[in-house]
Design a protein. Structure first.
Length: 60
């Protein structure tokens, strides 16, 4: 997920995807490490966007 996509989503959608990614990361298949890298990147993007939105609220 790129930052542009994340910014187009509602906070509820971001939280849904964050939860889904965290649940997915409990998979123990042989390809899991490669999958985790991609999902961890998505998770960081979502967390960065949620943090940015929180900062904007506090500045208002």
């Amino acid at each position: 997920m790129d930052i542009t996509t994340a910014r187009q989503m509602s906070a509820d959608e971001l939280m849904y995807f964050k939860g889904a990614i965290e649940r997915d990361m409990t998979d123990e298949s042989p390809s899991a490490p490669y999958y985790y890298q991609a999902r961890a990147s998505d998770l960081r993007t979502i967390e960065r966007e949620l943090y940015r939105r929180e900062q904007l609220k506090e500045e208002s």
